[in-house]
Design a protein around this ligand. Structure first.
Ligand code: SF4
Length: 329
């Protein structure tokens, strides 16, 4: 990993309009992503975690402009992705690829593996037919499959193998950034470990940078250099994986961590069960969005927005708690 910033996301918002009636009048919005900022260094892996519906997948899709952001900026190698021309977007899409969650649904069952992996090369007009076929065979071997699989169909492979095919497709045009949208969650635990190792090996070999989206902290901690925790459309804490696991500050991160089993029968961790449901992203609570469920809430939590502040080197949190005074204010 280098100190050079590859991707910088500033104040990203993705609001989906809710339309009703004969004239599709906008009657409200789903505030799926509501002001997300972070940066990714070249060669780094950032884990983006949170419960279902917190907006983490929309962040990934917003970065790649698979959904159009409502506001904010996304800089990739210093260029604002949101103001790129069509040609600029084509080149950005060569550099930034996505691996989807569901290895069963993400591959066209009517296409051979060779056609699936070479599709991005086709779209971008890269190589001759023979060169593309050679590249597909090279990639199949890189992801732990065999070159002769090139003429097989997706149904002939297991879930883990299909996810490897998805990775090979993402690598076809030599991207610098891969966004993994829950790439491990549909896999059995034993296969998960193999695919995580594959991601790590490919990162070293091809100097890739990753944003790995997951709902399970115990999975992303094995692969991430830093972890960002999301709640209801906002990042509430970012730190290095070790720092976040050893010194979590945001009560939501503490609750997420409390649900990870400890692999030692003599040690016990107190499980924190959060009260209530996640509030609706249509009418999120004012100020700290977690205050309706937070076991530590106090005076200012429902009166002032908690600022996203650096409380230790490279450890950022949006919570009033670390600044609580002795008089409880
Ligand atoms: Fe809890 Fe208050 Fe921190 Fe929000 S700001 S997480 S309510 S302590």
């Amino acid at each position: 990993m280098t100190n050079e910033t590859l991707l910088e996301v500033i104040g990203l918002k993705v609001h989906f309009p809710i339309r009703k009636g004969l004239f599709s009048k906008t009657v409200g919005h789903v505030y799926a992503v509501d002001g997300v900022s972070f940066h990714l260094r070249r060669g780094e892996t950032m884990g983006l975690v949170g419960e279902s519906g917190c907006g983490k997948t929309t962040v990934g899709r917003g970065i790649l402009r698979l959904v159009e952001p409502t506001a904010g900026s996304i800089f990739f190698e210093g260029r604002n992705v949101l103001s790129l021309s069509q040609a600029g977007m084509k080149s950005f899409r060569c550099n930034a690829q996505i691996v989807f969650q569901d290895p069963y649904a993400s591959l066209n069952p009517r296409m051979k593996i060779g056609q699936i992996i070479s599709a991005p090369l086709h779209i971008h007009g890269i190589g001759t037919r023979m060169e593309r076929r050679d590249r597909v065979k090279f990639l199949l071997e890189k992801v732990g499959l065999r070159a002769e699989h090139v003429d097989r169909y997706p149904h002939e492979f297991s879930g883990g193998q299909r996810q490897r095919i998805g990775v090979a497709r993402a690598l076809a045009i030599q991207p610098q950034l891969i966004i993994g949208d829950e790439p491990f969650s549909a896999l059995d635990v034993s296969v998960q470990a193999q695919v995580i190792n594959l991601f790590k090996n490919l990162q070293n070999e091809f100097q890739l940078s990753y944003v790995i989206i997951a709902h399970n902290l115990s999975v992303v901690r094995h692969i991430s250099d830093r972890i960002a925790v999301m709640y209801l459309g906002k990042i509430v804490e970012i730190a290095s994986s070790d720092e976040l696991l050893e010194h979590p500050l945001h009560p939501y991160t503490v609750a997420l961590l409390s649900s990870i089993p400890i692999p030692n029968p003599h040690l016990k961790r107190k499980r924190i069960i959060l009260e209530g449901d996640v509030p609706s992203a249509i009418t999120p609570p004012d100020h700290c969005k977690f205050h309706t469920r937070c076991p530590q809430r106090f005076g200012p939590c429902n009166q002032m927005d908690p600022e996203f502040r650096e409380v230790a080197p490279d450890h950022w949190v949006a919570c009033h708690l670390p600044f609580k005074k002795d008089d409880g204010s």
